[in-house]
Ligand binder design. Structure first.
Ligand code: CA
Length: 227
């Protein structure tokens, strides 16, 4: 597994390179945006760890360029910019994860491994599973345990999106742009209504509950520890 780390702060860059190398990964380190952009566009990596504030081409631009070029490689933004707006912006631009500096290396490593696992699964399997919830992307089938669940095509896309981003808080605006392909007025409750209908079909009568409301932020699908 080969990583690209784009980090202009020398100490942090060396620290990351050493840590991931010791964890058994091959690491390329780019110390500015220009090199990072070039390597990301031309070389093949399993994961990119991307700083945002860089002296020449910033991380936002690199992320945008990669997604525009249809490169689906997992990207983890690692930045001192910790506001919700920044994190939401990162996810909306197509980042797979966002970790705020200062960070614990153990957490970064765990998140990196999660992204790698997800990437591999997406390649080998068209079947997504969370607890007893199974979604077959190709057969367009959903079930929980022995129960077959009938969804509309929009509900299916919504559930697939939630499952592919298992364990991540998904803002309504992101769900709207990814599932409805639109930017909507924040007063609109279209997302909440759709989630309610989806829950009625695949969550209300089952345990554990999988779709969770994250107050003031959005929704998340996961097997919660509390269950
Ligand atoms: Ca920086």
């Amino acid at each position: 597994m080969k990583f690209l780390i784009v980090e202009d702060e020398v100490k942090t860059g060396e620290y990351l390179k050493k840590g991931f190398t010791e964890a058994g990964f091959i690491v390329d380190l780019a110390v500015n945006g220009l090199d990072g952009h070039h390597l990301a566009m031309t070389e093949s990596y399993d994961l990119i760890i991307l700083d945002i504030m860089l002296p020449d081409i910033d991380g936002w631009s690199i992320l945008r360029a990669l997604r525009k070029a249809k490169k689906t490689i997992p990207i983890l933004l690692l930045s001192a910019l910790g506001s919700i707006d920044n994190r939401v912006n990162g996810l909306e631009l197509g980042a797979d994860d966002y970790l705020v500096k200062p960070f614990a290396f153990a957490e970064l490593l765990a998140r990196a491994r999660t992204l790698l696992r997800r990437g591999t699964n997406a390649l080998v399997s068209n079947q997504l599973q969370v607890a007893d919830l199974v979604l077959d992307v190709l057969k367009r089938r959903v079930s929980r345990g022995q129960s077959k669940i009938n969804l509309t095509s929009r509900e299916f896309v919504l559930l697939e999106f939630l499952m592919r981003h298992q364990g991540e808080v998904l803002p309504r605006s992101l769900i709207a742009s990814q599932v409805w392909d639109m930017n909507f007025d924040s007063d609109t409750n279209i997302i909440d209504v759709a989630i309610r209908r989806l829950r009625a079909k695949m969550d209300n009568d089952f345990e554990p509950k999988l779709i969770h409301t994250v107050r003031g932020m959005g929704y998340m699908l996961e097997v919660s520890d509390e269950n």
